[in-house]
Design a protein around this ligand. Structure first.
Ligand code: ISJ
Length: 106
């Protein structure tokens, strides 16, 4: 019998997979909503900094954020290196937005 034929065990696995995927989809939606809120706030920071003549990037602040998130990740059994890469990816995009704002783009 091949693995894709219906058996009670296979049917249970299909049902559990669908249920787990529903939770994964809910979490992905929450991540998108949280990122949208974060970018709304960082947009405000971008205008604030541009208006005050402050640089787009703040490496000192980023260092503190990385250390904090690495610690939180370790406590949550998430790979700290992944947490750092994820934060750096987001911050790079934020700095890009800030540079565009400072350059007069909206
Ligand atoms: C949002 C800021 O600007 C930049 C982006 C950061 C971020 O996305 O968290 C952190 C530091 C800065 O490089 C800030 O200075 O707070």
């Amino acid at each position: 019998m091949s693995a894709d034929e219906s058996t009670p065990v296979h049917d249970d696995a299909v049902a559990e997979l669908a249920s787990i995927r529903q939770s994964i989809d809910n979490i992905d939606a929450a991540v998108i909503h949280m990122l949208a809120e974060r970018f709304k706030y960082t947009q405000r920071v971008g205008y604030l900094k541009a208006g005050a003549g402050m640089p787009a990037a703040d490496p000192g602040r980023e260092q503190v954020q990385v250390a904090r998130l690495r610690q939180l990740a370790a406590e949550s059994h998430l790979d700290p290196a992944f947490a750092e890469k994820f934060l750096n990816f987001i911050v790079a995009e934020v700095i890009h937005h800030h540079e565009r704002i400072a350059g007069g783009e909206r």
